[in-house]
Design a protein around this ligand. Structure first.
Ligand code: MN
Ligand code: MN
Length: 466
């Protein structure tokens, strides 16, 4: 190799360049990255809704020795517990021996809800030889992406007697799937001239659910009746039970490797299970940590973090109060010394749409987990903007543990933007910064991430909790 010139040496010393995780890895490390992805893909297929993610996370937690906790129960050092919030969100925590008033709590906060189509409360009707469900979309979806793809029905129905029935149809290869009709191009000239945002109105996102009339000439709405009788046979429910139900349509696709080299993963709901899963695996890996650690898997992030299961609820602070009481520490002091990584996805730079990105400050796929000092839109509106000191603190942890990471903001200034749960935690005087996996086609029915970035996120969280 040719000796480097003085200028080259100084350039290496002084300048910053992102690293590609795959480029830095040898064959055995790439194998490690790919193996980790297998567990993540299994989690994705098992957990397509926040309720299923909560259930899957509880199963993982119990295997790792975590036990259930309800507010008000007593706690002590060494406890590893999980708080199931109405089956829709989950907070896991382990109480370390370190003094809380000195070092605070290490918090990882991610979310487990994803954009999708929810059923209306009176969804079922028939028209022109077909039965349909009415829907109301949840979160930021591009409506045209949801037509003419296979959909699965997930959720719960609560019967008049209070019994809750779990529904899941469309995941097993032998199950039927559901579908939203789209217009044939032969008659689509007018639709094709519409802007993407209005070409598919929300009220046309009706789910095709049947076509076989009930065998009785005397009844009207025969197809609707045959759907109701099948649902009654399988789940013991009536049409009125839809009134107290949470039913949702999600893409019926499984998580699959993408590309000849299998470097990437395609799946529904990477946002934000791709941060939730590493948060869980990092927590379970942090066996000998002295820190008190909390992992939040929140609901309702996609619609503003509102409500009893969203990040704006008091629950996390109530739990911190309980943990502080167990360790005789003052909650306000503990919060002021705590650090939170708000674990959510960011937009990966996409060369097909390069005009909405500013390349130098964009997340590049496979360059590791991405810390965003701030998010927001229109002049940083809606961001908590982490302090330089906090970014420096987290950066030094990553440097100590050899974590490959990058920094970015979501898109070009004035191109749009986005928000996360960071501000709702920071408002409680907890230092918080965003970090997470760069995603291609975010919020599409099938999103793409790099296995390298998923693993880098796991490694970053392990370092943070150590
Ligand atoms: Mn998200
Ligand atoms: Mn999102």
């Amino acid at each position: 190799m040719k000796e480097k010139t003085e200028g080259q040496k100084i350039f290496d010393q002084l300048s910053y360049k992102k690293k590609n995780v795959y480029e830095e890895a040898d064959a055995s490390r790439i194998q490690e990255i790919y193996e980790y992805a297998e567990g993540y893909k299994a989690f994705l297929d098992e957990a397509k809704t926040e309720r299923e993610a909560t259930e899957a996370a509880i199963a993982m937690a119990e295997r790792a020795g975590y036990k259930s906790y309800r507010l008000g129960e007593s706690l002590q050092v060494g406890d590893k517990r999980y708080l199931n919030n109405r089956d829709r969100s989950l907070i896991l925590f382990s109480i370390g021996e370190e003094p809380l008033a000195e070092n605070g709590i290490r918090i990882l906060a991610s979310h487990i809800d994803s954009p999708r189509l929810d059923l209306k409360q009176i969804p079922l009707y028939e028209e022109a030889g077909m039965a349909f469900f009415k829907t109301h979309y949840y979160g930021g979806v591009k409506k045209y992406q949801w037509t003419a793809i296979p959909l699965a029905l997930h959720g719960v129905m609560v019967k008049a007697n209070g019994e809750s029935v779990k529904v899941s149809i469309g995941e097993d290869a032998s199950d039927p799937i559901f579908y939203i009709n789209d217009l044939l191009p032969h008659l689509g000239a007018k639709q094709g001239a519409e802007p993407l945002s209005s070409a598919i109105p929300g009220e046309t996102l009706n789910i095709l659910v049947g076509g076989l009339p009930y065998a009785d000439k005397e009844v009207s709405d025969k197809i609707k009746l045959s759907v109701l009788s099948l649902l009654n046979e399988k789940y013991g429910v009536t049409e009125e039970d839809f009134l107290s139900a949470e039913l949702t349509l999600v893409p019926a696709f499984k998580a699959r490797d993408i590309g000849f080299d299998r470097a990437l993963i395609g799946a529904y709901g990477h946002d934000d299970r791709v941060c939730s899963y590493p948060a869980l695996t990092a927590l379970f890996a942090a066996k000998d940590t002295k820190h008190t650690a909390i992992v939040v898997l929140a609901d309702k992030e996609e619609i503003g973090s509102v409500g009893v299961s969203g990040m704006r609820s008091d629950l996390l602070m109530d739990l911190i109060d309980e943990i502080c009481a167990a360790k005789c520490a003052k909650p306000s002091v503990v919060r002021s010394r705590s650090v939170c990584l708000s674990a959510d996805v960011t937009a990966a730079f996409d060369p097909n749409f390069s005009d909405v990105y500013e390349k130098r400050n964009s997340a590049m796929i496979s360059c590791g987990t991405c810390m965003s000092k701030y998010t927001g839109a229109r002049g940083k509106s809606g961001t908590s903007d982490a302090t330089a000191e906090l970014v420096g603190f987290v950066r030094s942890i990553f440097a100590d543990h050899g974590v490959i990471w990058q920094t970015a903001e979501l898109g070009r200034v004035d191109a749009g933007g986005g928000g996360t749960v960071a501000q709702y935690i920071a408002n409680h005087n907890i230092d918080t910064v965003d970090i997470g996996v760069p995603v291609i086609s975010m919020h599409a029915p099938y999103e793409v991430v790099s296995k390298a970035d998923v693993y880098s996120t796991h490694e970053a969280f392990v370092a943070f909790l150590k």
